[in-house]
Design a protein around this ligand. Structure first.
Ligand SMILES: NC(=O)c1ccc[n+]([C@@H]2O[C@H](COP(=O)([O-])OP(=O)(O)OC[C@H]3O[C@@H](n4cnc5c(N)ncnc54)[C@H](O)[C@@H]3O)[C@@H](O)[C@H]2O)c1
Ligand SMILES: [Zn+2]
Length: 369
């Protein structure tokens, strides 16, 4: 398999080596037109049957031709976060059972982060686990959701409450799929990309912004997705069960999640990346106010998001107490202590920082108009 991938033009591979020996290595292949050559990258003949999980927005352009070519059965679920629930896992498993999938069947998840999370989880529990391949088709899922082996579904209003750590046999990123992605969804993916730059690589941060400003038509998606996957994979490999360094990836997410959750109750819900852009700006402000970040860090982040077309502030219609309640329920917290991942400058961040609550409230306000 590795040899075939090495021969593939205009693509790059990353090997994610989890610390735990029981988890196999997962290959990430990134390129243009990867879906057209999927059968040369995955040893399909090793499997007794192939299934593709997708949704209605991805099916016609990307799944139909592939399914016909490789002789896969298609399982379709509706798009929308409200469908990332246990009943959908049961539906996928029923379809697999109906299609006589045995332990050597393969599930290929072609879609955004929702399809990857749902399909990855269904694959990890069907007959105690079958192999699956992730084919992420949104920018967010290409640079974030498909790396790291997290799968799962929501329970009531709590995101990803039920899930498993399970590595796919391969992650195949075809940047051509971004061509059909709505612009707002595409831009939203930039939040996680800039987050990677802020955590680990100043030059990457600058490159993304200047390349996008030079023209979206010439933007090098392969290089961008590759760099982001490298940064995330390096952090995840060092800390697969989220004990330490992986918390860096939560940068912008404590406040970002608060705005995201609160916005769901309004008529204009934010996309995840839009909320994270606000969170990154607010948390950089917080980091500066506490002396953790160098002066000017927040301004640079804010200017970068403006250049990429992401929001850096929102109409003020949120109640501070409500936002603070979300901040207090963040998964990183230990008991009553709110633990923050914060930037020290562009290219470096720290975990487990503690700050005064008044400063948090101030940070929430600076991104509200
Ligand atoms: N497992 C992880 O580590 C991880 C990390 C981040 C996010 N997530 C999860 O990912 C989900 C969000 O993922 P997302 O932002 O990709 O959203 P999504 O999967 O809901 O997709 C967004 C929309 O784009 C459509 N779409 C997808 N690809 C398309 C394409 N190529 N052309 C046209 N339309 C397309 C989808 O049908 C959907 O309507 C959330 O459930 C989140 O919890 C998981
Ligand atoms: Zn995120």
């Amino acid at each position: 398999m590795t040899n075939t991938i090495a021969e593939h033009q205009a693509s790059s591979t990353i090997t994610l080596s989890p610390k735990q020996q029981e988890q196999p290595e997962s290959l990430i292949v990134i390129g243009q037109g990867i879906l057209d050559t999927l059968e040369s990258l995955v040893p399909l003949s090793d499997y007794t049957a192939r299934f593709i999980l997708t949704d209605q927005n991805v099916y016609a352009d990307w799944v139909k031709p592939l399914a016909e070519r490789i002789g896969a059965s298609v399982i379709q679920v509706p798009s929308g976060e409200q469908h990332k629930v246990l009943s959908s896992v049961e539906y996928v498993c029923r379809c697999l059972m109906k299609g006589r999938a045995d332990r050597k069947a393969l599930l290929i998840n072609v879609g955004g982060g929702l399809i990857g999370d749902l399909g990855g989880f269904a694959a990890s529990v069907y007959m105690r686990g079958i192999d699956f391949v992730q084919v992420p088709t949104t920018l967010l899922s290409q640079v974030d959701a498909s790396v790291g082996g997290k799968t799962g579904v929501n329970l009531e209003s709590v995101k990803n409450m039920i899930g498993a750590f399970q590595q796919p046999v391969a992650v195949l990123v075809d940047v051509n799929t971004l061509k059909t992605l709505p612009k707002r969804e595409l831009l939203s993916g930039f939040a996680e990309i800039l987050k990677h730059g802020i955590i680990a690589d100043e030059a990457y941060f600058e490159w993304v912004v200047s390349s996008w400003q030079a023209g979206s038509e010439t933007f090098d998606w392969v290089q961008c997705v590759e760099k982001s996957c490298h940064i995330k994979a390096a952090i995840v490999s060092a800390d697969e069960k989220e004990a330490g360094a992986r918390k860096l990836l939560n940068l912008g997410h404590t406040i970002g999640h608060a705005f995201e959750a609160a916005s769901y109750k309004t008529e204009s819900p934010l996309l995840h990346g839009e909320a994270i852009a606000l969170g990154l700006v607010a948390e950089a402000h917080l980091a500066e106010r506490t002396g953790i970040a160098a002066a000017g860090t927040c301004e640079r982040i804010s200017e970068a998001f403006k250049a990429l077309g992401l929001p850096t502030s929102i109409e003020a219609h949120f109640v501070t107490e409500e936002l603070m309640a979300y901040v207090h329920s963040d998964k990183k917290n230990l008991g009553d202590r709110i633990l923050w991942s914060l930037p020290t400058r562009i290219g470096q961040a720290v975990i487990d920082a503690e700050v005064e609550l008044e400063l948090v409230e101030e940070a929430l306000k600076i991104v509200q108009r």
